[in-house]
Design a protein around this ligand. Structure first.
Ligand SMILES: [Zn+2]
Length: 286
């Protein structure tokens, strides 16, 4: 991507120098309904997400004592890149909310290593980047950049930007109440229907990431090949692709994020329309 002198967001909480554990009272980390956590690619790491979005999940409590390694120049560049991308989401959603007569409350982005306390329980890097609605923060372990490249086949800065924009999409869903509604509905239905609702929530976040990409395209932030990188990333984190990688076959009823084709389709829909109103995955029959 071509960020030039794009400003960096001031909403970065850098915890990379501190160890995990502690905070928020430390005990148990039991997630309530308000503590829903939205994970991008958990299935890849074999984390069972079926209960995660419904609340009541016992998050493992990890205490880390080891000292943290110093950041490499590449990691610092990636941290700066992430702060710049976050700023572009603030600009895009800030102006959209203003146009609707509403104020956009900017999310914070926490950079951490390994594990960190969140208002949704202990966040683990192995779950991939996630958004915690209870504290309105996006949690990002920068090593995910390498995981995307080496393990998911989704290399490139625009692929990483898509991930950040997807998590910010969950923040938008939190602000507009969709997340709460879906969470309530999920608690009233069986697992299969709950998974179906989760897929719709995730695909909508992909569409909202596409709306961000539309603004980024207008601002000429993409270089040649960047959109293809983002498309590839959206496909790489499809449930079918991830399950095939981890188990060798896909189980559609257990999908919580949507197939590769669906994720790509909704991302493109947001990109092409630039209109969040076109992101009503709940009305769509897919
Ligand atoms: Zn998500």
């Amino acid at each position: 991507m071509k960020l030039g002198n794009q400003r960096s967001s001031s909403n970065i909480e850098d915890r990379r120098g501190s160890s995990g554990g502690g905070g928020y009272g430390g005990g148990g980390g039991k997630m309530g309904i308000a503590g829903l956590i939205v994970v991008l690619i958990g299935a890849y790491y074999g984390v069972d997400l079926s209960g995660l979005v419904g609340g009541g999940v016992q998050m493992p409590q990890v205490q880390q004592q080891q000292s943290q390694p110093a950041a490499s120049a590449e990691e610092e560049a990636l941290a700066r890149f992430s702060a710049q991308i976050l700023a572009t989401t603030e600009d895009a959603w800030g102006s959209y909310f203003r146009s609707r007569g509403r104020e956009y409350v900017q999310p914070k982005m926490v950079l951490y290593r390994g594990s960190t306390p969140t208002a949704c329980g202990t966040g683990q890097a192995a779950m991939g980047p996630f958004y915690c609605p209870a504290d309105q923060k996006v949690y990002l372990d920068l090593s995910f950049y390498d995981d995307m490249k080496n393990q998911l086949g989704a290399a490139g800065d625009a692929a990483f930007a898509y991930v950040i924009a997807h998590e910010v999409g969950h923040h938008v869903q939190n602000l507009n109440g969709t997340m709460t509604q879906v969470n309530r509905a999920r608690s009233r239905v069986g697992e299969r229907e709950a998974n179906r609702l989760s897929v719709k929530l995730e695909l909508q976040a992909d569409c909202l990431a596409g709306v961000w990409a539309n603004r980024a395209q207008e601002r000429q932030l993409f270089e040649s090949g960047d959109l293809e990188e983002a498309f590839n990333a959206a496909e790489a984190v499809g449930d079918d692709r991830l399950q095939q990688r981890s188990r060798g076959y896909a189980v559609p009823d257990s999908f919580t994020h949507g197939t590769s084709a669906q994720r790509l389709q909704w991302f493109r829909r947001g990109l092409n329309s630039g209109d969040p109103e076109q992101c009503d995955t709940f009305a769509a029959n897919s």
